[in-house]
Design a protein. Structure first.
Lengths: 201, 307, 201
């Protein structure tokens, strides 16, 4: 196909257009949205994005796949220079918030009671914080007595953690997790040191 | 493999103590540095810490040791703040209950089941539920740790704001000497209403009032004209307490109407400073016909009447 | 100088950093600002920007010199695709707004009365819109009866029309100016044409 010079030229033009779109959008654009705006199809979009990525290989910028779409971003190696220009960004998530959002991400939609059963502590404050930071959102109510609110994670959650899809989260095979847990308990004290450090912060 | 670095509390944990050795909680580990409970997310977090630090086998939990260590940590706190430690105390009770049940005779094992070899969980074990909870919580803690790394990675990547959002908000200017936006007036009204302590309910009586918008407009224009070049302060126009809410609302509407028609200008020299209203003489006004002001006013009054 | 590989490498790195900075800034950055953030000097910045521009020659984006600084922007040939994406938010200047901002640009600082005298219609709404869009700004008051507000154009205006300085406005002598303004008021296309010429993309 790419032997045809006009097709190659078209792909290059499409890459240029997509470059512009990603630049101005400032938020992830799905292949579908890109195809619609450029009046092509998703296959052509994927080809063009690959072309774009190759071209950006030497650049300070990159095209990342994030929160169900493509987005232009700076490369991590230039982070310190960029951080210098920009005002300090929002605080990182606290350990309680991290734990809570993790539980919700894997069990969504889930209730406050479920979160609290796993964490063993009251979690209403954390849920409020996560909602305010748009990491989680109320997703209806469970049809059980008391009709408790169900929570699920947002696209902003995906974006915040640089995930493309929920399926990018590490797979939670029960047995595997048990194995990991044993490993964590017996072999990896260092990891726990990190955890304690995080908790002490 | 020896641990690279051990958390402070763990260093003092007597891992040489054989599991199950009786230890009175009234003689806590002397060398134990006080554990700060707030460093732990909750009782499960503390338990997981003890299990890991003590290198305990989670599938054959030495419950007596764990229970003693746990209670020792609570004791080390001295006076316990119930609001903080309530959950920790509940867990202590649970541990004690499990410990006591373990003292009871164990029913004979079903040897036909080859899986019951200690590496997997016996659900008849009194420890089973606790172990399940620890496993589950530990599992999410491990993933949360992974997400934390992702968060750090992601923080090194920067995006740009959407184009339109930038145009809308990127160049906000501080208030200047000159005409204010309707929003500023609205905010002023809100401030005034707040200081009066009025709720929305009181505003429902609009139609009953004898004061009309046109009356208020005339009043404001009159005062502004009297004041001349220096303009009149808004605080002068605000009715003195006690007053009907409608008067404040009408003052606000009158100002908006007069501004719209170009009859007055509103200015504020400093942020949150005094707001002055200047009368604009006819010849300086925009080409807004006098009739337009009248008809506009009447329109509003008609709308009120129809309500 | 560029014979030294490390210098060339440094220039490439600096170009990457500047690329990131221009990307995230979303507003023009002066060579001075860039030099300060990257802890280099303006000469190095100019060299890096030139390198960047060469690299962007094949790209859908470009580095433009605008409003006394550098900024990343899409290339004009992709404008239609970008417009399509932004269509829901698109908010072009209306003809009255264009006329009004033209008058203010050339006569600044000037009053509403002057604008209206030229346009022959009430212009308070337009002035408000232009102020909201930060094309014009109040610049004090004329010390005449009524103390009318004076308006002048903003940096945003320069940016919107792709001008680097006010002096980049096509020069008109006073008489010709008057004539053109009258023409502008009467002829739909004239003012627009003049501004398109001034906007020179």
């Amino acid at each position: 196909m790419t032997d045809n010079p006009s097709v190659a030229a078209n792909a290059a033009t499409l890459a240029g257009i997509i470059e512009c779109l990603l630049f101005v959008a400032g938020e992830p654009l799905t292949a579908k949205e890109l195809a619609k705006t450029t009046e092509t199809d998703e296959v052509a979009v994927h080809v063009a994005v690959r072309l774009l990525r190759d071209r950006y290989a030497e650049s300070g910028l990159q095209v990342v796949e994030i929160a169900r779409g493509y987005q232009m971003a700076t490369r991590p190696e230039f982070a310190s220079a960029v951080a210098k220009l920009l005002a300090p960004h929002a605080n990182r998530l606290s350990r309680p918030a991290l734990e809570t959002v993790t539980i919700i991400a894997y069990r969504q939609p889930c209730t406050q009671a479920e979160v609290e059963a796993i964490r063993g502590v009251a979690s209403d404050g954390v849920l409020k914080t996560l909602t305010e930071r748009e990491m989680i959102v109320e997703a209806g109510r469970r049809q059980t007595p008391g009709r408790p609110i169900l929570y699920s994670t947002t696209d902003h959650f995906l974006h915040y953690f640089g995930l493309s899809e929920l399926s990018d989260l590490p797979l939670l095979d029960e047995d595997e997790m048990e194995a990991r847990e044993i490993a964590a308990a017996n072999d990896d004290a260092a990891a726990h040191t990190a955890l304690v450090a995080a908790g002490v912060e | 493999m020896p641990p690279a670095a051990v958390p402070d509390a763990a260093t003092a944990l007597p891992s040489s103590v054989p599991p199950g050795k009786k230890r009175s909680s009234s003689e806590p580990f002397a060398a134990l540095p006080p554990l700060r409970l707030h460093a732990f997310e909750g009782p499960l977090d503390l338990l997981l810490h003890l299990v890991r630090a003590g290198r305990m086998d989670i599938f054959d939990l030495p419950i007596a040791t764990l229970c003693d260590q746990y209670i020792a940590h609570l004791d080390a706190l001295g006076s316990v703040d119930l609001s903080v430690a309530g959950e920790f105390l509940v867990m202590a009770a649970t541990l004690l209950e499990i410990k006591s049940r373990l003292l009871l005779p164990v029913p004979p094992r079903d040897d036909a089941d080859p899986d019951q070899d200690g590496s997997s969980l016996d659900l008849t074990d009194p420890r089973a539920e606790l172990v399940q909870r620890l496993l589950e919580y530990g599992k999410y803690q491990a993933i949360a740790e992974g997400l934390k790394l992702r968060e750090a990675d992601r923080k090194n990547v920067f995006f740009r704001d959407p184009m339109d959002a930038r145009l809308a908000s990127g160049f906000a200017l501080p208030p200047k000497f000159g005409e204010l936006s309707a929003d500023d007036l609205l905010r002023t009204l809100e401030r005034m209403l707040a200081s009066v302590g009025a709720g929305e309910k009181a505003i429902t009586s609009v139609r009953r009032q004898k004061i009309t918008l046109r009356m208020k407009m005339r009043e404001v224009a009159f005062h502004a004209r009297q004041a001349g070049q220096d303009g009149v302060s808004l605080s002068v126009l605000v009715p003195n307490a006690p007053f009907a809410l409608i008067e404040v609302v009408l003052l606000f509407l009158a100002l908006l109407e007069l501004l719209k028609s170009g009859s007055v200008l509103v200015a504020q020299k400093a942020f949150c400073g005094d707001i002055r209203i200047f009368f604009v003489p006819e010849f300086e006004r925009a080409m807004v016909a006098e009739g337009e002001i009248e008809s506009g006013t009447e329109g509003i009054e008609e709308a009120e009447a129809e309500d």
